[in-house]
Structure formats: C-alpha cells, structure tokens
Design a protein around this ligand. Sequence first.
Ligand code: OOG
Ligand code: MG
Length: 257
Amino acid sequence: MIGVDTLGVAAKLGEAADTATAIPQLADEVGLDVPTAYGVQAALVQRRLDRGERLIGLKMGLTSRAKMAQVGVDEVIWGRLTDAMRVPDGGVVDPSAYIHPRVEPEVAFLLDRLPEPGEPVGDFASAVRAVAPAIELIDSRYADFRFSLPDVIADNTSAAAFVIGPWSPVPAGLDNLGVLLEVDGRVAQVGSTAAILGDPRRALDEGIRLAGRHGVRLESGWVFLAGAATAAVPLRPGAHVRAVVEKLGTASLRASE
Ligand code: OOG
Ligand code: MG
C-alpha cells in the first residue's frame, strides 16, 4: 500500500509501549492492510534492536479458538520476540510497566534444524531440540484491548514478555496434553494442547509459512511460542501465575505489588 508512514506508525506503537499508555486503534485511519501491518511490526521491533535488543524468536498468535473468540479476530498471526522480553522462570514482572497485562499458557519450542523456506517440517524431532511449558504476557497497546487484524499485527501481536519453564526432550506426542493456568493457586483456565491448531507442532509449519511470506526465516537456537491454548487472564499486582502442561511441567512468574 502506498502512502503509509510505516516509521511514524511504529513510533506511535513504540511510545505507547515505552510509556505504558494506551492509544486508539489506527489501522482504519492510516489504511493498514495485512502486509503493511507486518511492515509496521518490523519497524516497531527494529526500534528495539536499534537500542540493543536481540531478536531471539517468533511467537504465534490466535492459533486456538479460545483466543480467537476472546479478541474477535480469527486469523493466525505471528510476532517477533527479543531477549529483553524474556523473564526468567519464577521471575518477577512489574505490572505497572504495562497498560493492561494479561497472561496465557503456552508451549515453547527450542528450534534446531529447520527446513528450507517453502518446505514443510518433515521431521519435527530434528527441527525442534526441546519443548517447554511457557507463559506469555500480552499487552495490547490499544485502548480496551480491542483491535482489528492489521492493528494487532502492527502491534507485534501484543507481545510484551514471556517466561519459559524447564526444557524437555521432544515427547512422542504433543497433541493432547492437559494445560492449566493457575493464579494464586486457583485454576483460572483449563485446556489442552489440542486447542493449538489440533496439534502445536502444526503451529511451527504455520510460523515458517507465514513468516516466510514476509521474508523472515526462523533460525536454529530461536525460541518459538506456539500460541495460547486458552483465553488470557488479567495480571493483577501481587499475583502468582503458573502454567502447567502435562508431561512438560511448570513455568511461573510473579507480579510485583
Ligand atoms: C493477540 C496475541 C495472541 C496468542 O497466543 O494467541 C497470542 C492478543 O490476544 O492480544 O499471543
Ligand atoms: Mg500468546
């Protein structure tokens, strides 16, 4: 699309994140379509790289019906992860650094030998070195956590922070593992990895395919978040959050008061 001020739109989203201040949706006003929105996302993440952050992975979004229904957008999307977004397992986040943070349970992959662009992942066990339970902290930069498809893509798919639990070798099956999100010891969400495109391994194929359309190639050593298996829940000050994935274990974080 001609005439979109990609850098200007990225600067608005970047400042909204840096100052934890919501902004109105902008896709309609500036005329963003999906390809231009990925261009804004690239520029938004480039601002982070310019200040010294490193690109360390890719995240999928809206790979489950629970998530699509929660935000009213029904297309699979992807975003970029940097080292500054990673919080150690069991670590503390400051909720006041975000606008309206939410947490959701995910499955993470540690990428290994990936196929050539355009090729499907033939052998998952050689493409992925290890798997882990994870928590993603999302924080839409748009008011009321409401957005259109191009809005959320431009906003790096609401990516804000993530925690990865202990890595395990790739198990025989990943397609029907129970998933729990606990807040302060109470079950907040229950689901199954089957909710993630029927099998979270499919999320990797989709990630390679969709990112490839925009010239992004996944790299060995990158982290990959397959997308939440359940709806996300608000992160309140002082909360203790655990994501438990059957056979894989637990990832946790705490929100400071
Ligand atoms: C968009 C990001 C979705 C997921 O796991 O589905 C996502 C949002 O919900 O704000 O990260
Ligand atoms: Mg997510």
